[in-house]
Write a protein that binds this ligand. Structure first.
Ligand code: SER
Length: 325
């Protein structure tokens, strides 16, 4: 098993980073997981539960300095510009995602780190890819800048594995749904916002069509997938930086219907914007046979069990007047 001792999480205040940092602190010891953030002020719980450092992964020297200061042997690189923001500002997306990734890989290679985790996304696929049960090995011709940076990230991560023996791993996250930190700038954000608005206002105006189907995953499964892949025996891995991981698939209309079972008066309207074209270029469901075979991936949640849990959490916070934290 990988000898992971001191982890740096970039993008630690983001939707996944904020919860992953806490889960990693639980598992590897609070002092052994450093949370790196750049713009958004970290929450109290992130601040109080372990080491925190302000930094920008695009600045290679500063990033190397942080790794040396904390004696980091593993980087979990969550900092990225997502698909919708990436279409509004392609150059920023290229800069942060490409330069951030290569800086992480170079700093890790120079220091002979134990492991690097760099996530990819269903955005790595494009309109020429088979959309149903998208295979592990298939056409990778994305039409978004975000997707382009994710394909390049997968390829360069595998390059570092084969050329330098650096243990880089990655998985293609579907849309991630969670109740703690809101996502920012992604196309799948509607699947999170809808829960917040259902609880807050009993209605939601969705920015994709009712029949839009995308692969999604609930945060507890996302944390499990990420940490299980980190702990997998490298000798058993045939893939490294590009694992498909599936969990559930549903249309925006089916999502609204699942919420309606709990909140009967909930009304969802649909007003597609530029994000519709992005959603239409992505898969509807994922074949994750390689992840299941090579490191035992199996998700726990489906649409109904996730919806129950999401609404319980958000309703409890809403009652205390703290829906948004
Ligand atoms: N959730 C991401 C996005 O929508 C996809 O990885 O951009």
């Amino acid at each position: 098993m990988p000898d992971i001792k001191k982890i740096l999480v970039t993008g630690a205040v983001g939707q996944i980073g904020s919860e992953l940092t806490l889960a990693l602190r639980e598992k590897y010891g609070a002092d052994n997981v450093v949370a790196m953030w750049r713009k958004t002020e970290p929450s109290e719980v992130l601040k109080e539960s372990g080491p925190l450092v302000k930094g920008d992964v695009v600045d290679a020297n500063a990033f190397a300095g942080v790794c040396d200061e904390y004696d980091i042997d593993t980087v979990v690189h969550m900092a990225a510009i997502l698909s919708a923001t990436g279409e509004q500002n392609p150059m920023l997306c290229w800069d942060v995602n490409m330069n951030g990734t290569i800086n992480v890989l170079e700093v890790a290679r120079e220091r002979e780190m134990t492991q690097v985790l760099i996530p990819s996304s269903i955005a790595a696929f494009g309109p020429e890819t088979p959309r149903v049960n998208t295979p592990q090995e298939t056409v990778l011709k994305p039409r978004t800048m975000y997707g382009i940076t994710k394909v390049a990230g997968e390829l360069v991560s595998d390059y570092y594995f084969y050329k330098y023996g650096l243990d880089v791993r990655g998985l293609r996250y579907p849309g991630i749904i969670s109740a703690e930190t809101l996502p920012g700038g992604g196309t799948t954000d509607y699947a999170v916002e809808i829960y917040y608005k259902a609880v807050e206002e009993g209605k939601y105006n969705c920015f994709v069509r009712e029949d839009t189907v995308l692969p999604m995953m609930y945060m507890p499964d996302c944390l499990k997938a990420t940490m299980d892949l980190m702990e997998a025996d490298v000798a058993k891995l045939k893939h490294h930086s590009d694992f498909n991981v599936g969990s559930m698939s549903f249309s925006a209309g089916e999502l609204a219907a699942a919420i309606k079972k709990h909140i009967p008066e909930f009304e969802c309207t649909y007003e597609p914007d530029f994000r519709q074209a992005i959603a239409d270029s992505w898969p509807q469901s994922i074949d994750d046979g390689a992840a299941r075979e090579e490191w035992g991936w199996a998700p726990a949640y489906d649409l109904d069990s996730m919806t129950k849990d999401m609404l319980e959490k958000l309703e409890a916070r809403h009652k205390e007047g703290k829906l948004y934290g």
